[in-house]
Design a protein around this ligand. Structure first.
Ligand SMILES: Nc1ccn([C@@H]2O[C@H](COP(=O)(O)OP(=O)(O)OP(=O)(O)O)[C@@H](O)[C@H]2O)c(=O)n1
Ligand SMILES: C[C@](O)(CO)[C@H](O)COP(=O)(O)O
Length: 397
């Protein structure tokens, strides 16, 4: 019996706050999607895994699966999602149609805690029931309300279930149901169980698990971090600082925080001379007590000539993750009379969050002039200083 897992990861995560889409955010040293995928790729009952992604996220996707190299033989090339979750699932099912698995498990990328036992139950439920969804009893009393918030009814709690993923189906039945819904111009079923019901399929519930949460709001990330911290080794917090200077030279732009900023001068540098990214890189290396940017990317090495500095920052963050740690916070201050940071601050924070795989609230940028004093005051050069806090497992060398 061939079984495919279809992981939908094309959402924007708008309820989870600003920054990169939630499925690519760092969760205790690994992107959420990498955690979700590892559970399915390593499960002996799953033959193939297909991920549905947003076309804008290709780099984030590649970075997330890079660390899964030993498990990647079961991973099919990803496909583009659609406007709604339902459209994304359908695109994935159409892509699987060529290999026509007997069973498909549809799972949210944003649910990284599905256990191997839950996946076992899902496969078995599809085999026996054809269409089944995992559910947990509700512990709150549920009210049905009207348009003026008036309570319309109180359903019997014993007959209610909160439904999760992976939802499990005979592949052919689900594909036909999705095609039927699309032909009827319906695109907003919030889960495949509801779509299957609409198509007239009997759908059953199997036992879900309370830990299988969907990361939806910022608080869900805090809860997930707390859980992972509790289940892993104790971590200790380390602080590092960084400082970088470049002299102004001829040119019409400077690179700052990963963004090209128009200016009446350029900077003299071996790389692209991005003082903010260099200071942040050194701050992280400082927290790791692992030398400085010059140790890792010697200026004497021609391969770094004109190099884009995002790779320096990504490298330093990668070193933290290799040691089982996480970056908690990055903070930098730009020192110059011009250019002004203000108009570019949010774009820079976004870019830094993207490079480092962080939420926007984990990246801070500030600026100051030096009151016309010193080399920055005389506009001879530009400088940045930075601090980084990271957490490393206590036993980390
Ligand atoms: N057009 C969409 C919308 C959602 N999803 C995926 O469906 C899962 C569950 O959806 P949800 O938690 O609602 O994610 P988002 O749509 O990203 O979140 P939000 O509604 O807050 O933007 C997620 O893994 C999400 O990536 C998808 O593949 N394609
Ligand atoms: C599929 C799902 O996770 C089951 O609980 C849920 O319906 C997804 O809903 P969302 O509106 O995409 O968050």
């Amino acid at each position: 019996m061939s079984v495919a897992a279809l992981i939908v990861a094309a959402g924007r995560g708008s309820r989870a706050g600003e920054g990169i889409p939630k499925q690519y955010r760092d969760l205790q040293g690994r992107p959420v999607l990498a955690r979700t995928l590892a559970g399915f790729l390593s499960h002996p009952g799953i033959d193939h895994v297909l991920v549905v992604t947003h076309p804008d996220d290709r780099d984030l996707y590649e970075a997330s699966i890079a660390a899964l190299a030993p498990l990647q033989s079961a991973l099919l090339p990803c496909v583009n999602g659609g406007e709604t979750r339902q459209d994304s699932v359908r695109n994935g099912l159409e892509a699987l149609a060529a290999s026509a698995p007997e069973i498909v498990l549809v799972h949210d990328a944003a649910r990284p805690f599905a256990s191997p036992e839950l996946i076992d139950r899902a496969i078995e439920a599809a085999r026996v029931r054809d269409a089944a969804v995992p559910g947990t009893p509700v512990t709150d009393t549920i009210k049905v309300i009207g348009s003026r918030l008036e309570v319309v009814s109180t359903p019997d709690r014993g007959s209610l279930r909160a439904v999760q993923t992976p939802q499990a189906f005979r592949f052919r039945l689900l594909l036909d149901a999705h095609r039927k819904a699309a032909a009827a111009r319906l695109h907003d079923f919030t889960d495949d169980g509801a779509l299957a019901e609409w198509a007239g399929l009997p759908v059953h519930v199997f036992e879900g698990e309370s830990g299988n949460i969907k990361l939806t709001h910022p608080a869900d990330f805090l809860e997930a971090e707390r859980r992972l911290r509790g289940s892993s080794m104790a971590h200790i917090t380390k602080l590092g600082t960084g400082f970088d200077v470049h002299a102004f030279g001829d040119g019409d732009h400077v690179w700052l925080g990963g963004i090209k900023v128009p200016h009446d001068r350029g900077v003299i540098a071996h790389s692209d001379g991005d003082v903010i990214l260099h200071a942040l890189t050194d701050a992280i290396l400082g927290a790791l007590a692992d030398g400085d940017i010059g140790t890792h990317f010697p200026p004497s090495d021609p391969q770094w000539r004109g190099a884009s500095s995002d790779r320096f920052l990504a490298h330093a963050v990668g070193l933290v993750r290799e040691r089982g740690g996480i970056v908690d916070h990055l903070d930098a201050t730009l020192l110059c009379e011009a250019p002004r940071l203000g108009p570019h601050r949010e774009a820079m924070r976004q870019r830094i969050a993207e490079i480092a795989g962080l939420r926007l609230d984990q990246v801070s940028l500030k600026a100051t002039t030096t009151e016309k004093l010193g080399f920055t005051g005389r506009s001879e050069g530009i400088a940045a200083q930075a601090a980084a806090t990271i957490r490393l497992p206590e036993a980390s060398p």
